[in-house]
Design a protein around this ligand. Structure first.
Ligand SMILES: [Zn+2]
Ligand SMILES: [Zn+2]
Length: 213
């Protein structure tokens, strides 16, 4: 199954329209694509209401396409660990990520709390956060694997940042944590650019354990 579960449109900081993203996903032979624009708290955000509008747009377009289109969001994790999302009505998929950590301690503390939020399906681009030079801390990595497992949150294999590490993903696999595949595309040319993620899923997960909402 060819999937890309992390794509931005011009509604947030992507370049292209929802329609063009779906066209690109179809042209690349994907079976499934998820539109996940940045949520409130990000500099270029969509509101929950805008996501529901995207959903209506997708419902009209879907019958003309083979690729299954999901509508979700990339919700912001705040430094406190709160997930900045009032509700997930009408959303198939909620990714959560922390873009603005000032230190790795802040990052881990926030993420460990965020994955306990029941609105969250997937932790996106773990170990990448603007502004922090990341050095994984084993103790926290282990706690995070447990938290993902205990809260049934999947881990994203992010092809744009080539993250998380294979070491971390192997621990996720051993704990029974599921994974998703994401290009983190911000333009149509990158939709479905998930070679690194697919290769990683094959090596680490033996292609077993893909999370599907
Ligand atoms: Zn992100
Ligand atoms: Zn993103």
């Amino acid at each position: 199954m060819k999937v890309d579960m992390h794509v931005h449109t011009s509604k947030s900081d992507g370049r292209d329209s929802v329609h063009n993203v779906i066209e690109a996903a179809e042209a690349k032979g994907l079976d499934l694509v998820a539109i996940t624009d940045h949520g409130p708290g990000h500099g270029s955000a969509v509101t929950e209401k805008m996501v529901r509008e995207t959903r209506k747009e997708v419902e009209l377009l879907q019958p003309s396409y083979r690729v299954k289109v999901l509508v979700g969001i990339e919700a912001e994790i705040l430094p406190t660990g709160e997930v900045y999302l009032s509700d997930r009505d009408g959303m198939d998929l909620v990714l959560a990520s922390f873009h603005g950590a000032q230190s790795w301690e802040t990052y881990y503390h926030a993420v460990l709390r965020a994955v306990q939020d029941e609105k969250v399906d997937v932790l996106a681009h773990h170990a990448w956060s603007a502004g922090v030079q990341f050095s994984p801390i084993q103790e926290y990595e282990d706690l995070l694997v447990e938290a993902l497992r205990d809260n049934n949150v999947a881990i994203e294999i992010n092809s744009k940042h080539c993250l998380p590490s294979w070491d971390f993903l192997a621990k996720c696999r051993d704990a029974g944590v599921k994974y998703t595949i994401g290009s983190d595309a911000h333009k149509v040319a990158d939709v479905g650019s998930v070679a690194w993620a697919n290769n990683t899923a094959r090596h680490i997960f033996k292609n077993e354990g893909l999370f599907l909402p």
